[in-house]
Each structure stands twice: as C-alpha cells, then as structure tokens.
Write a new protein. Structure first.
Length: 257
C-alpha cells in the first residue's frame, strides 16, 4: 500500500515498512492501519508497505517498482519488535537483491523503546486497568517468542523496566520457541499470591501466535487481557523516529562520501 503526498520534501528517502506477513487477514489490515497513521503524521513523506511472506505486495516487488519509478534513496524499516532472525537475515537478504539503482539503508527494529512501553500500558488501560492498579497487578509480558538469545534478552529487560514503573510483578512469556508459555506465567504469578493478573501481548498485529497468547491467558484465568499493540499512536511515532535516525545517517554518509 502506498501513502504519498506531493511536497518539496519528496526528495527525502522513501520509507519502506517491511512486515512479516500472515495468512490471517487481520495482520495485514493492522499493519496498513499503523503505516497509514505514521504517514498522516508526516505529510510529504512517501511511505510504502511491503511483506516478507503471505501478503502482497512483496518486498522485492515494491523495491523493483521504486527503482522503476526513479526513486533513489530508501530507508527500509523492519516492522519488528526485536532483532531476531528476520531482522538479521531475511530482510538484509531481500535488500541485497534489490535493484542497483537504489541506495538502501536498513533502519533499526522498533524495540527497545520507551514508546513501546507507553503503547503497552495504553492497551492495558484500555482493557480496564488504571495507573493506580499497577501496585496490585501482576503483569505477563507475552511475546511471540524466538530462539535468538538477543531477542529473549530484550524481552527480559523490558519486563524488568515495567517492574520498575510500579507493577507489583512482571513475568515474560512466549507463544513459541521459548518458555514459559503465557498460561504458565499466569499460574506462577497466582502461586506468588498476586491478586490480579493481566496479560499484555507484546506483538504488533493479530495472528496465530497472538491467538495462542489469548488462549493461554483464558485457560489460566487471567483477569485482564490487553489487545495487541496495533496502530497505537506511540508505534506510529516510533516508526518515524527510526526513519529519522536512519535518514540522518544516510545524509551524513552522502555528505562525507
């Protein structure tokens, strides 16, 4: 999907948001809603959306079209919360195969960032909690999961940071590839005597793994289940923050090159 408003800023690098993709139609719809929100915050910036798998348009196809249309500079932004396999291998492989006419810089993944914590708490408060509930609510930070130790460490660090914001206890959980599962983490908090347990899905869009998180929360009797992060305003701002950091770096390289 393309979001483009003609403006003197049109010579800025194109922002290409690359999402994983899913057979679940809710995934692509949520990605497009998030990217649309980011584009609305930055009139004049050309923003494109592409997917690695399952959904169209594919990342290679969008890169080919950009080259055909005369684009030169592109910031490729992985729509990922951690630097796991897709950010380290899949996306760089796609970018290396892009048309030679394009100068592409891969932006950093979204996490970690205080904006993500803000989006997570926004969803918890929308689910019925309030700031005063932190002190007697245990939180399960439920991510998709990864076999990458760096990604697991980032989730663990975010759990520690959330604990420091006042939640009475915070436990990470994973829908796949790592333990504990969501239900196990909920039950562990109950065993510690936590009165209220909330599950916060640390995922961007709906799909099979978020459904697994929701099922685990329900099976274990969690009191609150927040929604996925989705097109939260904090995420839209974070997309632009990652773009700006990468675009500035690209400008610097061009200036000294």
């Amino acid at each position: 999907m393309r979001h483009h408003i003609n403006s003197p800023a049109g010579r800025r690098p194109v922002l290409l948001v690359i999402a994983h993709g899913s057979r679940d139609p809710r995934h692509a719809a949520t990605v497009h809603a998030l990217v649309r929100r980011a584009a609305e915050l930055r009139p004049g910036l050309r923003v494109e959306t592409a997917f690695l798998d399952f959904n169209a348009p594919s990342a290679p196809r969008v890169l080919e079209r950009l080259a055909d249309e005369g684009a030169r500079d592109v910031v490729a932004l992985p729509l990922l919360l951690t630097r796991a396999f897709h950010a380290k291998a899949d996306i760089p492989s796609v970018l290396r195969a892009a048309p030679a006419a394009l100068r592409i810089r891969q932006a950093e993944v979204l996490g970690p960032s205080p904006l993500l914590r803000g989006a997570l708490e926004r969803r918890l408060f929308e689910a019925g909690l309030g700031p005063r509930d932190r002190s007697d609510t245990g939180l399960v930070l439920a991510s998709a999961g990864s076999t990458d130790p760096e990604a697991i460490a980032v989730i663990a660090e975010m759990a520690r940071e959330l604990r420091h914001t006042g939640w009475c206890a915070v436990r990470p959980a994973f829908a796949s590839a790592a333990l504990p599962r969501t239900g196990q983490a909920v039950r562990a908090l109950r065993a510690e005597g936590v009165r209220r347990v909330a599950v916060a899905p640390y995922v961007i869009a709906p799909g099979r793994l978020p459904d697994r998180i929701a099922a685990g929360a329900s099976e274990a009797g969690a009191d609150v289940l927040a929604d996925v992060l989705g097109p939260a305003p904090e995420l839209a701002r974070l997309l632009l923050r990652r773009y700006d950091a990468s675009a500035r770096s690209e400008d610097l390289l061009a200036a000294v090159g």
